[in-house]
Design a protein around this ligand. Sequence first.
Ligand code: FE
Length: 338
Amino acid sequence: MNKLYKANLIFIFLLIIIFTTVAGAEGEVNLYTNRHYDTDELLLQEFEEDTGIMVNVLKGGSDELIEKIAREGKDTSADLLITADAGRLHRAKTMGLLQPVKSKVLFNNIPKNLRDEENYWFGLTIRGRVVVYAKNRVNEADLSSYEDLIDEKWNGKILVRSSSNIYNQSLLASFIELYGRDWAVNWAEGIVKNMARKPQGNDRDQATAVVAGQGDIAIMNTYYLGKMLNSTNQEEVKVAKQLEIFFPKKTHINVSGIGLTRHAKNKENAVRLIEYLTSKKAQEMFAKANFEYPVNNEVKPSELLKSWGEFKTQDINLSSLGENNKEAYMIFNQVGWK
Ligand code: FE
């Protein structure tokens, strides 16, 4: 009797273990993300409701998250890594932290130039790094290319954040790729000469400084202007209304993207989440609520994005943003772009 009772207990215990393991494997996905936008939270919530798969999110800086995945090795709890820039995903790939994904849905949703050549990472949204200018002080006809920004007519007029920021690193990396190192050095040097003040603050702060009259133009990402225009903070709305976007010739674009970790435990769920985030429904949300450009060609940009106009982009492989990152970093140091 006692023996039978024990055996039963062990059996039930085993059943519980098997059940929780299976349920766990089917019921969740772990995401490390560098993105800090409300839109993402809404999308993940919808994914949970639609699929029943729980999404556990860990937020952090890209470098921090990449280091964490490397440190955790085979035991990593991360199934997916999202960063706000393709350069970082490329780094994660070269460090052996990601694995390729074969998915017709993804190949269909995302054009080739917006994903890794070997499918180790996939773009989720496109962001342009552009010129934003004071409507009342700058004549649009005076703007043309990134190169024009180093002309002396802009002396003391340019506002841009620190070179420690990945958006600037990737911008310079794209120039190294397109025009070579010397060109990039010359450009960075010219911008430093034309800066209205020492680099400080984030992209939104550059916009605010333009309106405050500290400079005439800011180098910043498009979606921040969208966010300011739609902000609950009336001051931000006021600032944004006095500004206009200009897309330089061959506008620099980057993607916020996602990769499946090499040691993902919830691979199937993870792929489902990537597919979901590149679906029409999710892509519309990114465009409408976060003012980023969709990667999925079937999705049209939102009204606001349309109002900003169309633009031609740099024609480079986005992996080069990662490949040239170190060089960009060294150039910034060399020319004293803090
Ligand atoms: Fe951002």
